[in-house]
Design a protein around this ligand. Structure first.
Ligand SMILES: [Zn+2]
Length: 300
């Protein structure tokens, strides 16, 4: 289970390195973290590239998952002898296929199709033996600690990690796409609270699982985080504009506020639906929109 990563292994300190995935960790791949201690070595979020290459640069004692999404748990089966840890609220998605599908909230044809993808492209291997951790849990690896920071919203258990001079942001991925809170297990308010919480993190390096990869310096991080956060407001405003005329959630789903029209993936409809529902609930709470007739909403 050892593979040569050459220059795709980037060292951030004596104990922390990043395994850069294909296309700088663009989905479906990602950037995994390896943390070497004197007593244990862990891999955080083993990507499909870790599977493709046949392992990490060193033997791994434990896998830590930031949350139970297919791209972050792809290597859980490869490291069959290693322990698996994930925030206790995301345990179901790591332990079984049924649990994983419940996290997304997919059913019917969309579920069937995504189940196949998760098996074929993401090597999903259930780990019924996985252990749960809570916010603030410290993994002492000998000379270096990995400290879990619960940052829910993307999923219920989504967590970041403080290690040495590095903070692993996982799917607070600072991309132009913006925050993803489209699963049944996602929550818009929790996501925003997590964005506020993580803004205080002090580190030399911030690492996202996708695209951006390694971000150097707190100033750059804060600037990117604020840009990422602002996407939520832009989506909200776009939906409010659309509700200048009364519309149903279904019409909002068809219009698309999260994905561009050409994107065709099994989960698009459910993500649009869930996101629209959360923004409309927020509008009603904030007195910005009203349900003018059953299932039809309009801006005030
Ligand atoms: Zn995710």
């Amino acid at each position: 289970m050892i593979a040569d990563w050459g220059t795709d292994e980037r060292r951030l300190s004596d104990s922390v390195s990043v395994l850069i995935g294909t296309n700088n960790g663009g989905y479906p791949s990602g950037n995994s973290l390896v943390v070497r201690g004197t007593s244990e070595t862990v891999i955080i979020d083993p990507s499909i590239d870790v599977v493709a290459r046949g392992g990490a640069p060193v033997p791994v004692d434990a896998v830590i998952n930031s949350h139970s999404h297919e791209d972050h748990i792809a290597g859980n089966g490869l490291f069959a002898d290693a322990r698996v840890h994930v925030h206790h609220e995301d345990l179901p998605g790591v332990r079984s296929m049924d649990g994983l599908m419940a996290v997304y909230g997919l059913d019917g044809d969309a579920r069937e199709s995504f189940e196949q993808t998760v098996l074929d492209e993401f090597h999903f291997t259930p780990r019924p033996d996985a252990h749960g951790f809570t916010d603030g849990h410290v993994f002492d690896l000998g000379g270096v600690n990995v400290e879990a920071v619960h940052l829910p919203g993307h999923t219920r258990g989504h967590s970041g990690f403080r290690i040495d001079n590095t903070f692993f942001l996982s799917d607070i991925d600072l991309t132009g796409f913006g925050p993803y809170y489209g699963d049944v297990w996602s929550d818009l308010d929790d996501f925003e609270d997590s964005l506020v919480k993580v803004r205080d993190e002090e580190a030399d390096f911030y690492v996202t699982f996708h695209h951006k990869g390694i971000i150097e310096g707190r100033e750059t991080f804060v600037e990117m985080l604020d840009g990422f956060h602002s996407v939520i407001g832009r989506r909200h405003d776009a939906m409010l504009d659309f509700l200048g005329e009364p519309h149903t959630i279904t019409e909002m789903v068809e219009h698309r506020f999260i994905y561009r029209p050409h994107v065709e993936m099994a989960f698009v409809t459910s993500v649009e639906q869930r996101s629209a529902e959360m923004h409309v609930a927020r509008m009603i709470r904030q007195g910005e929109a009203t349900e003018v007739e059953p299932g039809r909403y309009q801006r005030n």
